[in-house]
Design a protein around this ligand. Structure first.
Ligand code: WTA
Length: 663
């Protein structure tokens, strides 16, 4: 184990905001308290926020109906907690530092300015008819207007649904329809790694002909003029100029929706995961403070995109609820060179840094020199999230980036969990490279085998479930509570099933082994193989498709598509067809889901009952043909030989990969 540095802090009976956990004994005592007396424990945590009206009940749950509620009866406003309440003590402190695409270009937004900007946007939204409870879809680059829009929605009680910039117009359209949004916020263009992203154009394709969308607000990131449809499209900056810089805030119920975030699962279209106001914000604030050991004066740099849950919780809501200074990074880790992160760290005095293993692998392959070119003196805590981190990358992060003096926190969590659930506490938890270590307060991981038997004790592996509710837990799937129940609570009754496999070692440490369902994790982005398959079969040349993940040096997992062509398409040029199919997926889902390999296949390995044996496909995609295990249930064993031959031929012609765009 890597010993944690000792930080000597007197023990506190409970963890109030600003208090630190000083030792493992203290962690263990508080962890036990959080399970034994959750009401007292979580009531104390609720005090992190400013409430307009106190709650009556700390939490309530009804597992049979998958109904969870926190701080019931309490009233608050998330925007007030993230902005207004900090003005008296730190109005002039930087709330957001925007690190623009070009290196060395920064813009600082103080808490005071943040309040004015957010209020203007909130007034604009109200002027366009947005009311409490209405949904607002947001498709924006990493610019301050994105933060303003989120907080403005929260201020007036509207529910934001942010769509990551790597999704296509079809994906945006589906999400707008599902959420029933009438207003969309976008930007004329985005800038990333020196390239222009035509966001408005993509939104136009999504909303044209969709009468439900009455208003499109367009932030101005570049000088580019874009077509503006009269009556529907409005420039956000022009609208803001006509608005006052003060705006009243709604008193929201603790369980009123704060946002929807679509995420992929094993089946069907992405689900609109719903988070509510009180519990989510308490949990985001608490985990940001304790997992990153946040202290006043810190500069927190989470390099994710706000379009994913990591950005929601650890760029915006957690840090701002804590009155921190948070960095919004518009660029790529490799632009213009692989030292970009560390340059920003030095330029801004970053103390806590958070990114995905895929980004670390992308920069680590350039060696240590780009890291050593910058001092990184200010760094104290280094976090990772999104996928298992391989021990080599962990060590590189710890030894080279952190010079063995910073704690590495490997944080496991999900869109559905709202915040970190399994994680070390920096300076306290002894670390093991590759392990997310131990559960956070109030979190009780349970491992079960495929038959649903709970695996007690240490040295066991199984399906990772959670047996308790925690404040940041998702409450439902937007518009489909039955799908929520069915997806997460039916596989192992009485437990929330995460979809991940996990091992608990002899020391009680948790090691996430990856998804056990048909979800893949590509460059830290979560995608459903079923979605990609249905995009492929929508192409006229495709009769059937099966998509699996395969090991990828930088992305963690790549996307491998096996396709069977229709009779008519069999004569087509295979190279051209492969290109067309990649394009098809980009059009239906977006560049984020581009297959890394498309193999035109002679058949798919199916059991006699017609089920595709994905295990065999995963092994072939990985080039592991030698031990394919038991194939006796296959309807046509010869298919496997044909697939291996086709894969061999393809692997021989594959060009080396360009560095991926990671965010
Ligand atoms: C994976 C991202 C291993 C996991 C916050 C989970 C991880 C999925 C880790 C959720 C980690 C996240 N170690 N695997 N530290 N963190 N994952 O919803 O498979 O985009 O189920 O949320 O990412 O992805 P999501």
């Amino acid at each position: 184990m890597v010993e944690a540095q000792s930080i000597v802090v007197p023990p506190r009976p409970e963890i109030a905001a600003g208090a630190r956990i000083g030792s493992m004994a203290e962690y263990e005592r508080l962890y036990r308290l959080s399970l034994d007396d959750p009401e007292t424990f979580w009531a104390r945590q609720g005090e992190r926020l400013t409430w307009f009206h106190p709650w009556d009940v700390v939490f309530d749950h009804d597992y049979a109906n998958t109904d969870f509620g926190w701080y019931l009866g309490g009233r608050l406003n998330a925007c007030y907690n993230c902005v207004d309440r900090h003005l008296a003590a730190r109005g002039n402190q930087d709330a957001i530092i925007w690190a623009k695409d070009e290196p060395g270009e920064y813009e600082r937004i103080s808490y005071r300015r943040l309040k004015h900007e957010v209020s203007r946007v909130a007034n604009v939204l109200r002027a366009h008819g947005v009311r409490r409870g209405d949904r607002v879809c947001v498709y924006m680059p990493m610019i301050p207007e994105l933060a303003y829009t989120m907080l403005a929605c929260a201020r007036i009680g509207a529910v934001h649904s942010i769509i990551f910039g790597g999704f296509s117009s079809e994906a945006i359209r589906d999400r707008i329809i599902d959420a029933g949004a009438r207003l969309v916020v976008t930007a004329n263009e985005g800038l990333r790694g020196g390239r222009r992203l035509r966001l408005k154009e993509t939104v136009d394709r999504a909303v044209d002909g969709l009468d439900q969308v009455r208003t499109v607000l367009v932030a101005r990131r570049t000088e580019a003029e874009v077509p503006m449809r009269p009556g529907r499209d409005h420039w956000l900056d022009a609208e803001c100029r006509t608005q006052r810089s003060t705006c009243t805030y709604e008193w929201m119920g603790a369980e009123d929706p704060l946002f929807i975030l679509y995420t992929s699962g094993s089946t069907g279209k992405p689900k609109g995961v719903l988070h509510t106001t009180g519990g989510y914000l308490v949990y985001a604030a608490m985990t940001h403070e304790l997992v990153f050991d946040h202290r006043p004066g810190d500069v927190h740099f989470c390099a994710a995109d706000v379009g994913w849950i990591t950005g929601h919780s650890y760029i915006i809501y957690g840090p701002l609820a804590n009155g921190a200074t948070t960095v919004m990074f518009e660029s790529l880790p490799t632009y213009p060179d692989p030292g970009r992160y560390w340059q920003a760290v030095d330029d801004l005095g970053v103390t806590t840094f958070y990114t995905a293993p895929t980004a670390l692998r992308a920069v680590a392959r350039a060696g240590d020199a780009p890291v050593r070119a910058h001092s990184r003196r200010s760094l104290r805590v280094l976090g990772t999230v999104g996928e298992p981190i391989n021990p080599d990358t962990w060590r590189w992060y710890h030894d080279v980036v952190g010079e063995a003096r910073c704690a590495v926190v490997d944080t496991w969590w999900q869109t559905e969990t709202g915040g970190v659930l399994i994680t070390p506490l920096p300076g306290v938890t002894p670390l093991k490279p590759g392990s997310a270590t131990l559960p956070f307060f109030g979190v009780q991981p349970v491992l079960v085998d495929d038959e649903g038997t709970v695996l007690e004790g240490r040295g066991v592996s199984g399906n990772l479930c959670l047996s308790r509710t925690w404040p940041g837990q998702a409450r439902t799937v937007w518009g489909d509570h039955e799908r929520f129940r069915e997806t997460y609570f039916t596989r192992f009754p009485g437990l929330y099933f995460t979809g991940d496999g996990c091992r608990r070692d002899e020391d009680g440490y948790y090691w996430i082994t990856g998804r056990v369902d048909d979800v893949i994790n590509v460059a830290g982005h979560r995608l459903g193989t079923a979605e990609i398959e249905s995009a492929l079969v929508a192409h006229e040349a495709v009769a059937e498709a099966a998509v699996v993940g395969f090991p990828h040096e930088i992305k963690g997992q790549g996307i491998f598509a096996f396709v069977i062509l229709t009779m008519e398409a069999e004569q087509a040029d295979p190279r051209q067809l492969q290109g067309a199919l990649i394009e098809q997926v980009r059009r239906v889902i977006g560049p984020v889901a581009s297959p890394d390999a498309v193999l035109i296949s002679p058949g798919l390995p199916k059991t006699r009952s017609g089920k595709i044996m994905r295990r065999v496909l995963r092994q072939i995609a990985a080039g592991e043909y030698d031990d394919l295990g038991n194939l006796s249930t296959l309807a046509e064993p010869a298919v496997v030989e044909g697939l291996i031959a086709a894969h061999r031929e393809m692997a021989a012609t594959l060009a080396p990969d360009p560095p991926p765009e990671v965010s």
